[in-house]
Design a protein around this ligand. Structure first.
Ligand SMILES: *Cc1c(COP(=O)(O)O)cnc(C)c1O
Length: 401
């Protein structure tokens, strides 16, 4: 890990902009706190001790490097399918990569607490884990509707020692949780750090989270070359806020022969407003929660209702780097519906013995479709961002076995 971890194409300018996307927060007190965070972040990524500590934890605690697995049964369809196994990380997903970075950074800044929002609870659990590890208080804001729905994750956070703040305002879900967490952060700027869950929000979050996730792509590029030779033809990842996707894409941006493919949730269909979360396909430009990007919005600019079978993809906005990669044509953004995602979930479980997260199943769904269009000499590398244990009861309620 070094400063040059991120490709220049996805580095922000000094105003936190990626092309016309991204940007800094306007609120003066928050602006000051985030400027401080930005400076601290850039200092630590040039600090050898910090990098060594992070590397040590990535290996001994998270279990990195995560392997690349050639899924030979899936590959019977045509192109060869390879899986980057982020599901095998401690806590079962890629989120632990940025949570460890954020927790170490908070500690280094002399903070005693991290604050965050969580929707389904995946980011909350990963952050509670990293906080327990490095010795920080952890305050997680979560909508009351999500608390009722995501009981196992709420229990995990409690056991890990996090404080849960239930949010009953509005719809009682992710958007209100973000507002509540920022409000709480404002009252404790001196002692706390806000630790966001994806490559979203104002500067420096998109750059910072991308940096901590970039390990996925750097490992994958080297492993692929060593174990299978050369480069894949496409790298594929699901896109919610976009952190696992940008972590993978980053290392391949300069490899012109490699297609970068993000897969968004088409939910019940792109023709049903409110019943999908396909930000790239259907979103329009504007400012959501402190940054510019394409997002699903009502006529007055308020974020639209969104839906996906995978709660981790259920966000009306998307990271500014992905918006830029769409604008300049380097990235391609595709969709998978709830039904395709369920089918892919079962296909991977039954053909390979791997139960994927419903989020990751969107990337698998695309790969299965794409593999059938290509011949067996082509190679697709898919980021399996998380494991599906959390989703098994839900899936069983949707299918006949
Ligand atoms: C949260 C989550 C996602 C979506 O977040 P990104 O920032 O888009 O990566 C994807 N997969 C899993 C397993 C998740 O928990």
């Amino acid at each position: 890990m070094a400063k040059e971890q991120l490709n220049p194409m996805i580095l922000p300018d000094s105003d936190g902009n990626f092309g016309k996307h991204g940007g800094k927060i306007g609120h003066p007190e928050l602006a000051k706190a985030l400027e401080e965070l930005n400076t601290a972040f850039h200092n630590i990524i040039g600090d050898e001790d910090f990098i060594n500590e992070m590397k040590r934890l990535q290996a001994a605690y998270v279990g990195r490097p995560s392997p690349i697995y050639h899924a030979q049964s899936l590959s019977q369809r045509g192109a060869q399918i390879f899986l980057k196994r982020e599901d095998l990380n401690h806590t079962g997903a890629h989120k632990i990569n940025h949570c460890i970075g954020e927790a170490l950074l908070a500690k280094k800044m002399g903070k005693t607490k991290v604050i965050a929002e969580t929707g389904a609870g995946q980011h909350g659990v990963a952050l509670a884990t990293a906080s327990a590890l490095v010795g920080l208080e952890c305050e997680i804001h979560m909508g009351v509707v999500d608390i009722a729905k995501e009981h196992p994750n709420v229990s995990r956070m409690k056991i890990l020692g996090a404080k849960i703040v239930p949010v009953s305002a509005g719809a009682g879900t992710l958007k209100e949780a973000v507002d509540s967490a920022f409000e709480s952060y404002l009252s404790q700027l001196g002692t706390a750090m806000f630790a966001i869950g994806s490559v979203v929000g104002p500067a420096p979050y998109p750059e910072m989270v991308a940096y901590f996730q970039s390990i996925v792509g750097h490992e994958a590029r080297e492993q692929f070359a060593q174990q299978y030779g050369g480069l894949p033809d496409e790298v594929v990842a699901c896109v919610g806020g976009g952190s696992n996707a940008i972590g993978l894409f980053n290392a391949f941006i300069d490899d012109e022969s490699v297609n970068l493919v993000g897969v968004e949730p088409a939910g019940e269909g792109l023709d049903k407003p409110g019943r999908h979360a396909a930000t790239m396909a259907k979103g329009t430009f504007g400012n959501i929660q402190g940054f510019n990007c394409y997002y699903l919005q009502e006529e007055d600019g308020t974020p639209a209702a969104v839906h996906s079978i995978a709660s981790g993809l259920d966000y009306p906005g998307v990271g500014p780097q992905h918006c830029l990669l769409k604008d300049n044509g380097r990235g391609r953004y595709e969709c998978a519906t709830d039904q395709e995602c369920l089918d892919a979930f079962l296909t991977l479980s039954r053909e390979e013995g791997i139960i994927p997260a419903l989020e990751s199943s969107h990337a698998i769904a695309y790969a299965l479709r794409r593999a059938a269009e290509l011949d067996s000499s082509k190679r697709l590398l898919v980021n399996l961002s998380g494991r599906g244990d959390k989703d098994i009861d839900y899936v069983l309620s949707k299918i006949k076995v």
